[in-house]
Design a protein around this ligand. Structure first.
Ligand code: ATP
Ligand code: MG
Ligand code: FE
Length: 333
C-alpha cells in the first residue's frame, strides 16, 4: 500500500510517500522558518502564500524521489486540522485536486494523530500504549487501546510546552523558533534559578506552563530593572528542568497506572535532548514498558507521519469525499 501524505498545517510545506504505513519511500519538507524569523513567530498570511508557492513543487519532488506515478498510489492523506485555516486549505485543496484528477481515495488526517504515528515509522506499535505529545500547540497524554482510537487523559490548561519554549526564548532574545536554542543553552548552563513546577491536583494528568513562563519573564525583567543581566544559559537550564521534570513524572506515572506496553514521544518538543535523556533514564527504571523516540526529523512537522496515520484510516476503510474541508480546531478523540 502506497500513500502520499500532504502536510501544510503551519509553517512547513511537506509531502511524503509511505509504504504499508511503516516504510518511508520519500520525505520532502520545505521549511519557511527564515521568512517568519524576522517577525518572531509564524505570520498566517505569509505562511499561506509560501504554501501556495511550494505545494506543487514539494509534491512533485516527493513523487520523483519515490520514483512512482500517481497511478501507483492507493490513497492521498492530507492534514485536515488543527492548524492555521489558510495554511490547511492549501494542502486540503491540493489533495482534493489530485485525488479527483487521478481517481485516488482521499483521507483526512488529524495533525496530532500524525505526530503520534511518526512512531510507527520507527517500530511496530504495541497496545495499549501511551503517547506524550509535546508540540507548538499541544501538550497531551494520549492513551491508545488500538489503532486510530485516541483517549486524551491529560492536556495543558494554558500554554503548550513548545509555546512556552518559544516565549521564554523570546524573553532571552533568542531567534524563533526558540526551542532548539534553549535546548542548546540548557546544556551549557546549570540549574541554579528556582522556578515553579505546576504539578496540579494529585490525580491529574493535566499540565500548565503559563506560570512557569511568567516566572521566567518576571525574573528576566526584574534583573533588567536592577541593571543586571540574567545568565541565559542558567535560565535555559533551569526552565528546561522545570518543564522536563513535570512532563516526565506525569508520563511515567500514567504509563504505570494504565499498564501500557509502550510509551511514544511525539511532536516538535520531542526533539528536545533534555526531555529525551530524562525520559529514557526514568523509563529504564520501570519494567515491561518500551520507550519509543522518533529521530529528530520525524518529531517536527513532516508529511511521512501524515501518510503513516492515513494508512491506518485507509486500511480501516475510512474515506473522505470532495466535501473534505480544513478544520482549524479539529478534535482528536
Ligand atoms: P502542533 O503540532 O501542536 O500543531 P506545530 O506543528 O507548530 O504545533 P511542531 O512543529 O510539532 O509544532 O513543533 C514546533 C515546536 O517544537 C516549536 O515550539 C519549537 O520551539 C519546538 N521545538 C523544536 N525543537 C525543540 C527542541 N530541541 N527543544 C524544545 N522545543 C523544540
Ligand atoms: Mg513548524
Ligand atoms: Fe506539529
Amino acid at each position: 500500500v502506497y500513500v502520499l501524505g500532504i502536510e501544510t498545517s503551519c509553517d512547513e510545506t511537506a509531502a511524503a510517500v509511505v509504504k504499508n504505513g511503516r516504510e518511508i519511500v520519500s520525505n520532502v519538507v520545505a521549511s519557511q522558518i527564515d521568512s517568519h524569523k524576522r517577525f518572531g513567530g509564524v505570520v498566517p498570511e505569509v505562511a499561506s502564500r509560501h504554501h501556495v508557492e511550494q505545494i506543487t513543487l514539494v509534491i512533485e519532488e516527493a513523487m520523483n524521489r519515490a520514483n512512482l506515478s500517481f497511478a501507483d498510489l492507493d490513497a492521498i492523506a492530507v492534514t485536515q486540522g488543527p492548524g492555521l485555516v489558510g495554511a490547511l486549505l492549501i494542502g486540503v485543496n491540493a489533495a482534493k485536486a489530485l485525488a479527483f484528477a487521478h481517481q485516488i481515495p482521499l483521507i483526512g488526517v488529524h495533525h496530532i494523530a500524525g505526530h503520534i504515528y511518526a512512531n510507527r515509522l520507527v517500530t511496530e506499535m504495541k497496545f495499549p500504549l501511551l503517547s506524550l505529545v509535546v508540540s507548538g500547540g499541544h501538550t497531551e497524554l494520549v492513551y491508545m487501546k488500538e489503532h486510530g482510537k485516541f483517549e486524551v487523559i491529560g492536556e495543558t490548561r494554558d500554554d503548550a510546552a513548545g509555546e512556552a519554549y518559544d516565549k521564554v526564548a523570546r524573553a532571552l532574545h533568542l531567534p524563533y523558533p526558540g526551542g532548539p536554542h534553549i535546548d542548546r543553552l540548557a546544556h551549557e548552563g546549570s540549574v541554579t534559578i528556582d522556578l515553579p513546577r505546576a504539578w496540579l491536583e494529585e490525580d491529574s494528568y493535566d499540565f500548565s506552563f503559563s506560570g512557569l513562563k511568567s516566572a521566567v519573564m518576571n525574573t528576566v525583567h526584574n534583573a533588567a530593572q536592577r541593571g543586571e543581566q540574567i545568565d541565559a544559559k542558567d535560565m535555559a537550564a533551569s526552565f528546561q528542568a522545570s518543564v522536563v521534570d513535570v512532563l516526565v513524572a506525569k508520563t511515567v506515572k500514567a504509563a504505570q497506572e494504565y499498564q501500557v506496553r509502550q510509551v511514544l514521544l511525539a511532536g516538535g518538543v520531542a526533539a528536545n535532548r533534555g526531555l529525551r535523556a530524562e525520559l529514557e533514564r526514568k523509563m529504564a527504571e520501570i519494567e515491561g514498558v518500551d520507550l519509543v523516540i522518533p529521530p529528530l526529523s520525524l518529531c517536527t512537522d513532516n508529511a511521512a507521519m501524515i501518510a503513516a496515520a492515513g494508512t491506518i484510516l485507509f486500511e480501516q476503510g475510512k474515506r473522505a469525499d470532495m466535501s473534505l474541508n480544513a478544520d482549524p480546531s479539529l478534535e482528536l478523540s
